[in-house]
Ligand binder design. Sequence first.
Ligand code: HEM
Length: 495
Amino acid sequence: MGPFTISLILISITAVLLVWRYLQNNFTYWRKRGVPYVPFWESFLLSSTAMKKINIFEFFEVFYKALDGHRFGGAFQLVYPIIIIRDPELIKTVFIKAFSNFYDRNPPQDEKGDVFNRTQIFQLTGEKWRTVRHKLSPAFSSAKLKIMYQTLSGCAEDLNAHLQTLCSETGQTEIDVKELMSDYTMDVIGAIALGIKCNSIKGENSEFKQIVRATFKFDQRRTIFATLEVIHPKLPRLLGLTSQLPEEEEYLLGITREAIEMRTDSESSSRRDFLQMLMNLRSQELQQRNENPSGEPDEPVFSEDILVGAIGSFLSAGLEPVAATLTFCLYELALHPDIQEKIYLEIKETKGQTLNDISYEDLKKLRYTEQVMNETLRKYPVAGIMARICTEPFKIPDSDVVVEKGMRVFVPLFSIQRDPQYFPEPDRFDPERFSEENIQKIVPGTYLPFGDGPRSCIGKTLNSSSPSSFLLLLLHLLLLLFLSLFSLLLPLLYW
Ligand code: HEM
């Protein structure tokens, strides 16, 4: 055996020992700190079967149940220790009081990664996130969204016409509600975000629809991408994997840039979509800079990246959550005709006999319909797992445990919102949980469909007594849908 072979063997043995030591350190991480935990092998076996047999919410449900009786506990994601927070008060602490220790959701993104992935607010970290969120928040206020909702009536008319055709011409009584809600949401989000008429309800399979659906679908390639990202944010790119196919990214960037260019003329300032809101904010900012050059703000003016990221956020965060929530809501209503009737009567009472032209202000009067939407978001939270990264070491109150910088923190919201301790008979769909007298009984930190604290959903209203602007969006969409359905079906039942 030559010296080269001997060196190679020694290097290999050293590498194996170092890896083994690293893994040993990780596997014994929680035991050494005296924290209750789900052992590595259980977490590992679970995650390998999880990919096929159970969804991610159910996967975390196993952790949640295994840590029953504890405020928090450890588990593993791949080979990395993670912490699961179960206690509502501790959740509020992490999201709000100790926000400066937990302000990121992911490690910093790969600066050379795909534009749509790295510019979305959801993914941004540190100062960059703070600047972008601060800039974009005004565009998501209830007042601004109210202006955008005026573009919705066109989508509702298409929906109405589509349902009329289905029922009267073909006599069809079965509708694929999930597909219908996806098309409806695509039309709505396309109109609100970019002022694009997608005509999905009318059956057009536009390029926009195909590409947007493909881009934001969580398929096998994206699962691999996300898994590699957990190991290191740069790893997918080093292995030649992108979260979007280059042609998808090119198309989306192209239409966003084109739309931005088209909006630079003064005529377009009367448009009522989200992109126009952003363009108006950008003009205001530029004007302020011109008028007061010495007091120039430190933060950059809305760059193209910020605009692209904002549109990307609207498409990715807007489509699936809204379509899924509406679908689950209709599913529960199909099972509960009594609840349907109550909604119908409430709408009728609000508007008298006509059932037409319900205004944005009327939405806030629909207390029972809002309860139904809240109960849908309890039983079917779209973000059933919420994540944070520890950005500064944090000592968990009333314990000796210190969460170290870089540790991933998970809140299994799906399990908490279905825990009988907080919501008795959790599988029962019961909008009365959110009635005026019962809502006070909900333990703070156990019902968070829009997240909590400065990093919560950008459409969540911080004032807890008024509904989130996206809850109002959901109500609006549901209402328009009901008006279509009622105008077709309910006269037969109730008039
Ligand atoms: C059914 C409707 C929706 C629900 C239930 C929902 C829920 C959520 C949740 C739970 C989060 C994470 C919060 C946290 O980590 O504390 C989130 C974040 C976010 N959502 Fe929504 N969302 C909805 C609709 C939308 C829509 C239509 C948009 C359109 C832009 C949107 C934009 C965002 C953004 C940008 C973030 C990231 C905020 C940040 O990191 O600063 N969401 N949403």
